[in-house]
Design a protein around this ligand. Structure first.
Ligand SMILES: [Ca+2]
Ligand SMILES: [Ca+2]
Length: 198
């Protein structure tokens, strides 16, 4: 019986560390909330913040008019990679996907320094602020944009006011924790019963 309980509890821990717990934001004010110690890149010229690099697989990234311009095409497998000098858990900016019409949208993949990566569950297809914050055990060094799965032939968009860094507030509690707590209480209950019986 004890072995089974350990196995169940162990599996719950495993499921809580495999997939990043991610909160998504459509409001810059909510995203920033409190305790945001991050960096802001406003794209006012072609020189990026120290430690930030942005590379495009199809050389489609440019900077003019105070914003970043880019175009992603799903069929060509285009990607645009944002890389940070130190690990972060918060990423967001002001997007306008309405440039050249709303297209395929943007899909986001986060990648940790050691290379494990995860495609995020939400794509962005509109305009305005979009950002996400992962839990503290899932920091990332890269965010990779690829075209999303909406209809259209490409996604041409602009990005402004890129926010990235460490966010220590509003970190989501892993859902597994809620599952784990009752299991632990049940396990302790079993131990007590066993002690009484002995
Ligand atoms: Ca700007
Ligand atoms: Ca567009």
């Amino acid at each position: 019986m004890k072995k089974v309980m350990f196995l169940v509890v162990g599996m719950m821990f495993a499921s809580s560390v495999n997939a990043a717990s991610v909160n998504f934001y459509n409001s810059l004010a909510t995203f920033e909330a409190t305790h945001f110690s991050g960096s802001l890149e406003q794209f006012e010229d072609a020189t990026l913040n120290a430690g930030l690099s942005i590379t495009s697989s199809n050389s489609s990234v440019s900077y003019s008019g105070g914003v970043m311009h880019d175009r992603l095409t799903r069929s060509s497998g285009n990607s645009t990679t944002f890389e940070f000098g130190s690990a972060v858990n918060a990423f967001g900016g002001i997007f306008d996907l309405g440039v050249a019409g709303f297209g395929q949208g943007i899909e986001f993949t986060i990648q940790a320094f050691q290379g494990s990566s995860e495609v995020l569950s939400q794509q962005f297809t509109g305009n305005g602020f979009f950002g996400f914050i992962t839990d503290a055990s899932n920091l990332f060094n890269k965010v990779i944009f690829t075209a999303g799965s909406s209809s259209g032939s490409a996604e041409t968009y602009t990005l402004d006011d890129l926010h990235y860094g460490l966010h220590t507030a509003a970190v989501p509690v892993p859902a597994a924790l809620f599952l784990f707590a009752p299991a632990l209480l049940g396990f302790l209950g079993l131990r007590r019963k066993a002690a009484v019986a002995a």
